[in-house]
Design a binder for this molecule. Structure first.
Ligand code: C5P
Length: 218
């Protein structure tokens, strides 16, 4: 089917930030609008894919035809991703917090005579690396993202090797208007080649990524 080449294919997309609680009112989070991940989920669904969008907190509506699972923390995101397996492809766009407070206070921390609290952080699971190493249940195609400010290709290649994924889609966030904006300028790095795409609106970039995924899944 030319118009719906991904019909019946299960694909997982992670998107948005995670929010790691400090106490009932405070969180540790990343700046991420979720727009690029949502645009990719939408573009994949338009090609017929059965998309599970595992999303951290964002202000966005779920794209139509996409099953959204809303989560807050990295650990919840990992659980939701595991629950969405098996899948033929996974696209990890989420800006996952690298760390979380190792202790979550049950009541709101108060200012007081003891001065500011000290937070001890512990490492979060790496969802992309875990998916890439998932053994027999591994999606055939695992795609990661990289936001870099310099030496984009070099850092992206190192990330591809470190995470064990199949592609890294890298963007140069030093470009004005990319972070939180509507455009993106990306580079696709696979084990054996690199492509640089012209700066374009995020939904156009998403359409090209989805088409490329359809091609790769055959
Ligand atoms: O290590 P870094 O955060 O730079 O890598 C970015 C890529 O790894 C993105 O695809 C992001 O979604 C994924 N990631 C993840 N889990 C983490 C950290 C990053 O899936 N804990």
């Amino acid at each position: 089917d030319g118009g719906r080449p991904l019909a019946g294919r299960r694909i997982i997309v992670t998107a948005g930030p995670t929010a790691e609680p400090i106490d009932p009112v405070r969180v540790l989070t990343n700046r991420s609008s979720g727009r690029q991940g949502y645009a990719i989920a939408d573009a994949l669904a338009r090609l017929g894919a059965e998309v599970t969008l595992v999303s951290g907190p964002t202000a966005l509506d779920a794209p139509s035809g996409v099953r959204r699972v809303s989560v807050e923390t990295a650990q919840e995101m990992l659980e939701a991703v595991r629950a969405a397996l098996p899948a033929e492809a996974a696209v990890c766009v989420a800006a996952v917090s690298d760390w979380r407070p190792d202790e979550v206070f049950g009541i709101k921390l108060k200012k007081g005579k003891d001065g500011p609290p000290t937070l001890r952080l512990v490492e979060n699971p790496d969802i992309l690396a875990e998916l890439s190493a998932a053994g027999p249940g591994r999606p055939r195609l695992v795609v990661g993202f990289a936001a870099e400010t310099n030496d984009v290709e070099l850092h992206a290649r190192a990330k591809l090797a470190r995470k064990g994924c199949d592609w890294i889609i890298a963007n140069d966030v030093s470009e004005p208007g990319v972070m939180g904006g509507s455009d993106n300028a990306v580079m696709i790095i696979t084990r054996d080649h690199v492509e640089r795409w012209e700066r374009a609106p995020k939904d156009e970039v998403a359409g090209r990524i989805a088409a490329r995924i359809a091609e790769a899944l055959g």
